[in-house]
Design a protein. Structure first.
Length: 303
């Protein structure tokens, strides 16, 4: 028997963490198993309106919830798009749901006709316990996935990380390209962040990151560039996420990399020539090393 919470949980930010913690507490007090029904994408993606990508892919959100102690079911919202709100609740009851935790703006079922009032009206006859939570606010700001995405688009990575309660991560497999990086003296592993799900690109520019190569123990400092590389390429190139790891040399093709994005160093620029770009990259490296020593006590890159 389950205590469930339902949603996209994009980012699994502080507001989500508040709902999740409440679900864990309720589950414990009622002797139920905590369960998350998680949707891969928000409704905007299906409606084709203003969806600019996910903060975190579904498997990463699932893992975070599992680490908190939840069982997690990931579904495509399309699967339940046409299910009426009455049937939706009946399906949950059939699954063994005994308690539901949600925010006050929670809606469900076809045309979003199910809401917290409906939930409460059917709860007694179905023996359901409903817990409705008020918006989670910090300094009177309502923390939300769309606010975090706005901060990421503005390069305010530290603000976003604060709302996430952990460093934002970008991840994906490394793919081979034209080897321009090596020739510039800064080899960069290209990370395909879109290989399975649509993920948001942050503001184009240079970031300090800490990277992990899946299957290896340690982690590496790195400089991540996100953008269209206007110095080297024609305009309208596809944006790319690439990382130059400090104090590392090795083959990363086809490795799977997870980057913790820690700081925004500067915007991407079109330099007059390659030499100026290389000089700027060297300055980026100096700045990154300064931050590492100052803020992180010179923790080394280790693999
Ligand atoms: C630390 C760092 C900073 C970068 N800054 C810029 C930049 O400001 N402008 C730019 O055009 N490219 C920038 N790049 C991207 C390089 O142009 C790119 O790594 C190189 O062209 C190889 O790209 P390719 O894989 O598309 O061949 C930067 C790369 C790194 C690692
Ligand atoms: N310090 C490093 N940081 C990132 N990649 C490195 C590093 N040292 C070696 N490499 C390797 O070099 C590759 C990138 O070289 P680059 O010339 O930029 O080629 P490509 O155009 O294929 O990305 C990486 O995918 C990785 O295999």
């Amino acid at each position: 028997m389950y205590a469930i919470t339902i949603g996209v949980f994009d980012g699994v930010h502080k507001g989500h963490q508040y709902i999740l913690n409440n679900t864990l507490e309720l589950a414990q007090s009622l002797n139920l198993e905590p369960l998350v029904l998680m949707f891969r994408y928000p409704a905007e993606k299906i409606l084709g309106t203003t969806f600019d990508g996910l903060i975190l892919p579904s498997w990463r959100r699932k893992e975070i919830c599992e680490n908190l102690g939840f069982e997690v079911i990931v579904k495509d919202m399309e699967e339940v798009w046409d299910v009426s709100h009455e049937e939706y609740i009946n399906n949950l009851i059939d699954m063994g749901v005994k308690a539901i935790v949600c925010g006050e703006d929670f809606t469900f079922g076809k045309d979003a006709l199910g809401d917290v009032n409906y939930l409460q009206s059917v709860s007694i006859s179905n023996g359901l316990k409903i817990k409705i939570l008020k918006d989670f606010k910090e300094d009177s700001t309502r923390i939300s996935s769309s606010l975090i995405k706005k901060e990421l688009k503005n390069g305010n990575i530290k603000v976003a990380n604060e709302m996430l309660n952990r460093p934002w991560t970008l991840e994906g497999p490394v793919y081979e390209d034209k080897h321009v990086g090596f020739k510039l003296g800064f080899p960069t592993a290209n990370i395909n962040i879109l290989y399975k799900e649509q993920i948001i690109f942050p503001k184009f520019g240079v970031y300090l990151v800490r990277g992990k190569i899946q299957g290896r123990k340690g982690s590496l400092w790195g400089l991540m560039n996100v953008g269209i590389r206007p110095t080297i390429h024609e305009p309208n190139k596809e944006p790319k996420v690439e990382v130059y790891f400090l104090d590392f040399f090795g083959n990363l093709y086809n490795e799977y990399i997870i980057l913790e994005v820690l700081d925004f160093l500067r915007e991407e620029k079109k330099f007059e020539d390659k030499n100026q770009l290389v000089e700027a990259m060297a300055r980026d490296e100096d700045k990154a090393r300064e931050i590492i020593v100052k803020r992180y006590g010179n923790i080394k890159s280790i693999l």
